[in-house]
Design a binder for this molecule. Structure first.
Ligand code: SF4
Length: 350
């Protein structure tokens, strides 16, 4: 494979075909790149597009993000999932303010030393913002590389990942512009060399592609062994109240560690190994068992968990130190998981 020729072809194709995305400015802002890269991890572009600009409008600088309360950061992240990334981005902004005077560092090692910044994100910022010859490897890049070399292996295997980083290093060294080259491979993986419905007819790398020549594109990479999902059972109790300032719902804050840490929810109990009883739900919520009305149930499925929710309504729950009524109008400024929003919808709260 002629690396110089391949990288030129990809760069030319990207210059002519790149999607117009709000974080792809002619001159990249390092802080905006940091936000977009963390949002894009394990999340589709279409979802990030809805959240990116409001987040930047609310926290326009690294300093404004660093001094924001975590609650507000989580609320602006709501809907993107994987909330650990929001906490890491927040911690990262604070570290940049404290140790780099508010400037995102240019050096790969300094970037990787920041909270939440792994090899991929450090490489993306170093190359796309600061034009350094730093490689990047994620699922899209690995899939493209495996097909170019006709390697039918699962893409998450340790040896495969190591190989992909080495190939990406060679290619970025051979490229004309590391920023354009890295984005071109990502874009190819996102739009042409996709997991399914591969569009080889439109691919700028087709003449180099060993899998295309061998007719094996559809079977590369091999599927990865499926992660075992944990089953959980939750019961959520919705209580609303008409107040002078508008209808309100009782919310409590979750613990600061574990699933949906620090986020808000209607009073909820969760069990690992068995379904809850009405008695447990009533006791946890502080209401009489007879006043509980079962409204419905739903499954919330993520990569690692299958959570079965049963939703109840109760007439009245007394606020406590950790439970308070919040107006329905203010819910879009509160950090609430998608699972809880589904529970609210069952109770007619959108
Ligand atoms: S020719 Fe097809 S399989 Fe090969 S890199 Fe291009 S899109 Fe992917």
């Amino acid at each position: 494979m002629n690396d110089a020729k391949l990288t030129r072809q990809l760069e030319t194709w990207f210059d002519a075909n790149a999607r117009d995305l709000p974080w792809r400015l002619a001159v990249r802002d390092p802080y905006h790149a940091l936000v977009s890269e963390l949002m894009l991890q394990q999340t589709q572009v279409s979802r990030v597009l809805k959240k990116y600009q409001p987040f930047i409008d609310r926290f326009p600088t690294v300093q404004s993000l660093a001094r924001a309360p975590e609650d507000e950061v989580l609320a602006m992240w709501a809907g993107l999932g994987y909330y650990r990334r929001a906490r890491m981005l927040h911690a990262c902004a604070q570290a940049i303010v404290e140790t780099h005077a508010g400037d995102v560092p240019e050096c790969l090692q300094a970037l990787q030393a920041l909270p939440g910044i792994g090899r991929y994100t450090a490489g993306a910022i170093a190359s796309m913002v600061f034009h350094q010859r730093a490689p990047i490897v994620d699922g899209n890049v690995t899939r493209v590389l495996l097909r170019l070399h006709n390697k039918p292996v699962p893409q998450t295997e340790k040896d495969t990942v190591k190989w992909a980083w080495q190939r990406a290093t060679n290619l970025v060294e051979a490229s004309n512009d590391p920023a354009v080259f890295n984005e071109s491979v990502m874009e190819l993986g996102a739009t042409i060399c996709t997991p399914k419905n591969i569009r080889c007819a439109q691919c700028p790398a087709r003449s180099h592609c060993q899998a295309f020549k061998a007719g094996t594109t559809e079977s590369i990479p091999l599927p990865k062994p499926r992660a075992k999902q944990k089953h959980m059972y939750c019961a959520t109790v919705i209580t609303t109240k008409a107040k002078v300032q508008g209808n309100s719902i009782l919310l409590e804050q979750r613990p600061s560690t574990g699933m949906w840490a620090n986020m808000y929810q209607a009073p909820t109990i969760e069990r690992d190994d068995r379904a809850h009883t009405h008695n447990e739900v009533a006791t946890h919520s502080g209401v009489e068992k007879e006043t509980l009305e079962e409204l419905g149930s739903f499954m919330h499925i993520t990569t690692h968990r299958i959570v079965e929710f049963v939703v109840y309504r109760a007439d009245s729950i007394r606020p406590t130190q950790n439970r308070a009524y919040r107006t329905l109008d203010s819910l879009d400024q509160v950090a609430i998981s998608n699972a809880q929003r589904k529970a609210f919808a069952i109770a007619g709260i959108e």
